[in-house]
Design a protein around this ligand. Structure first.
Ligand SMILES: [Zn+2]
Length: 345
């Protein structure tokens, strides 16, 4: 189905929500969410809604780069697959696009994956960016640059949902994405969200405890919200996405309260997978409970030489999920690697 179909009727629930939302920036997201079968936000995430092509063109013209990116706008006319998601993690974007760390220009890496996704013949239902959006200390100008780099996806009518990592600063992010700061969230101080889609419910948690402190913390309030919201939505497979790895992975300190988190998700059998970034290491394992543990690769640099950077093409089936590794270096041996995950009973 094309992305520009006009919605017929505003559901009552949506009308109530719209009443509280003044920003046209956000209402674009709601207008698009009215499309049949499209993912609905139960709560507002840190999200960058799709933008109009006219607005995108105007901005890119101002940036004197319009002509180079204009062909990608055709993506908005392409069909969308409601069960296909682009998963990004750890882009580490600095204000200055020329910034290089561990021999990687992070802006170039993000630009490469954005171009690839925007050029796909069938566009994904949306894009997740699983934390460490900012380069190092969550500067406001880092967020201005990353939102700019992500714009071609939004112009191609893909919503982009961002979570925060230990190199992010929540207040600075909110300051840059002003419209989102005003929006009612289920938790006042964290950016938790549930995103209901045709085959899975995504639960995106905010594990940023302190900027530049490596480990993370979900916290009791967010765990209580997770348990309650999982219980209220037990009829569909659930995927939990958090920036931090559970415990200690590859020597990288992760979630401090992962034991408490797993006490919530293990017995709730609708939870099928735990997705994380933070370690800059692509890996998929399964624990004894049947939960899949998916370590998303970084968009930016790797910590171990020879490991791949890139993004994951995730396709939802009724009984599982297919993950395909898309390397930035397409000659890397991991490029195109596919992991087929079957959901636990
Ligand atoms: Zn990182």
């Amino acid at each position: 189905m094309g992305g520009l179909n006009r919605p017929k009727k505003i559901p009552e629930r949506m009308r109530c929500l719209l009443k509280h939302i003044k920003s046209s920036h956000i209402s674009i997201a709601f207008r698009l969410a009215r499309r049949k079968n499209q993912a609905k936000h139960f709560f507002m995430p840190i999200s960058l809604p799709p933008i109009s092509r006219r607005k995108f063109l105007r901005r890119t013209m101002i940036a004197a780069a319009g002509l180079a990116v204009a062909p990608k706008l055709l993506a908005a006319e392409k069909p969308a697959d409601d069960n296909f998601w682009a998963l990004f993690s750890d882009p580490h974007i600095a204000a200055d696009r020329a910034t290089v760390h561990l021999n990687v220009n992070m802006a170039d890496h993000l630009n490469a994956v954005v171009r690839e996704v925007a050029a796909l013949p069938v566009r994904p239902a949306g894009v997740f960016v699983n934390g460490d959006c900012a380069y190092n200390s969550g500067e406001k100008d880092d967020y201005a640059t990353i939102t700019n780099l992500l714009e071609p996806l939004r112009a191609a009518q893909m919503p982009v949902h961002l979570t925060l990592g230990n190199h992010d600063n929540r207040e600075h992010f909110w300051d840059v994405i002003k419209a989102d700061k005003k929006v009612k969230r289920p938790l006042a101080d964290r950016q938790a969200m549930m995103l209901a889609t045709p085959r899975v419910n995504w639960f995106v948690l905010d594990s940023l405890e302190k900027t530049l402190s490596t480990p993370g913390l979900v916290g009791k309030e967010q765990l209580d919200w997770l348990a309650k919201t999982l219980d209220a939505n037990a009829d569909k497979p659930a995927i939990v996405m958090v920036h931090h790895n559970p415990g200690l992975t590859e020597g990288v300190p992760g979630l401090k309260d992962f034991v408490a988190l797993f006490e919530v998700i293990r017995p709730r059998k609708q939870v099928k997978a735990y997705l994380f970034g933070h370690t800059h290491f692509w890996d998929v394992t399964q624990e004894a409970s049947g939960l899949h543990l998916v370590n998303l690769p970084p968009i930016a640099y790797v910590f171990q030489e020879g490991k791949p950077s890139g993004w994951i093409r995730a396709t939802m089936a009724a009984d599982g999920m297919k993950l395909e590794m898309r390397c930035i270096d397409t000659t890397h041996k991991a490029h195109g690697e596919v992991k087929e995950l079957k959901w636990r009973a």
